[in-house]
Design a protein around this ligand. Structure first.
Ligand code: BTN
Length: 324
């Protein structure tokens, strides 16, 4: 199926005969494969006299194209890239591997059970967005992880800035926002011992070109990179830029923790000074967001008293944000 998609990816017409010959399969088999791609959401039209055509040219994920944009620091630390056409979840895949190493990266064209925070589904249509997971080991245990998700969000923003995407901020703890709409999210899974060595899987989903057909499935106000910059960007290049930032940031974070990044948070904090509602299982806390403390907890001022809230216990909702 991938070979067929590669042949169609230029956006031109290709006859069933030509495709069959190139793939060494019958025309009927080509037709069946086309049906499968259409079922994945690929917009392929067929005209009897001309053949099959994708509604527009697409760029598939490609390891060599990603490598072209990796800097030497990333190339040294990147252990391997595992690339799937379709997988349930890139985070889950790395989590269940017995043999997984710091620096292993998993990517997919599509996730059939993409996972978001708070048990939500992360809508992951085929060849549209970025679904990336990276494994990293912390030898000194989970206390080393304080603030990791915040710092990963900052790293993704830096990578996107380098690609010309401006006006991005972070809604605590790690929703990447453009003009109050969600562009990207981060999900960190951890395995191992709280006191001994532990391993995290850092999962990053970035909306690049969300097809309008999935609009009704999305729970939140959302945006994508193509809408923001009004032109198409190479997913392979974006992935490489994100990896460059992650591999630059993770060793610094491992060495120095959140303190090394606390000032940077001020520059990207989407909630600072805003009235927010913090939802927890028992009650809602209303107050003014006042940044984060040294653990990465959200500070909320209420009745002149500042309280800190941890990522694990709460969800946050700013009144000004269109969170459904
Ligand atoms: C969020 O809810 O904001 C977090 C979304 C995280 C989505 C990414 S996509 C790659 C990785 N694999 C998953 O199943 N989830 C994360």
């Amino acid at each position: 199926m991938r070979k067929l998609l590669e042949l169609l990816s230029d956006g031109n017409f290709h006859s069933g005969e030509e495709l069959g010959e190139k793939l060494s399969i019958s025309r009927a088999a080509v037709w069946k494969a086309i049906k499968k791609l259409q079922a994945l959401g690929m917009d392929i039209r067929s005209i009897r006299s001309r053949g099959y055509q994708l509604s527009e040219a697409i760029e598939l994920l490609n390891e060599n194209s990603i490598y072209q944009h990796l800097n030497s620091n990333t190339q040294e630390q990147l252990s391997k890239i595992i690339l799937f056409d379709s997988i349930d979840s890139t985070n889950r895949y790395l989590l269940q591997l017995d043999e997984v190493h710091s620096g292993d990266v998993c990517l997919a064209e599509q996730q059939t059970a993409g996972r978001g925070r708070f048990g939500r589904t992360w809508i992951s249509p085929f060849a549209a967005n970025i679904y990336l997971s990276l494994c990293w080991e912390f030898p000194e245990g989970s206390t080393q992880l304080i603030g990791l998700s915040l710092v990963m969000g900052m790293a993704v923003i830096k990578a996107l800035h380098q690609l010309g995407v401006a006006d991005l901020s972070l809604k605590w703890p790690n929703d990447i926002i453009h003009q109050q709409k969600k562009l990207a999210g981060i999900l960190i899974d951890m395995t191992g011992d709280a006191n001994g060595p532990c391993r995290v899987i850092i999962g990053i989903g970035v909306n690049v070109k969300m097809p309008s057909t999935v609009n009704h499935l999305l729970e939140q106000a959302w945006t994508d990179l193509t809408t923001i910059i009004n032109q198409s960007l190479s997913r392979n290049k974006i992935i490489a830029f994100i990896l460059n930032e992650l591999f630059q940031t993770l060793p610094v974070f491992q060495e120095n923790g959140l303190t090394a990044f606390q000032n940077e948070w001020l520059a990207v904090d989407a909630l600072y000074g805003k009235q927010v509602v913090l939802k927890s299982a028992h009650n809602d806390i209303h107050g003014e967001a006042c940044g984060i403390d040294e653990r990465g907890y959200l500070l909320i001022k209420h009745d002149d008293e500042e309280q800190a809230f941890s990522a694990g216990e709460v969800s946050v909702r700013a009144l000004e944000m269109e969170d459904k």
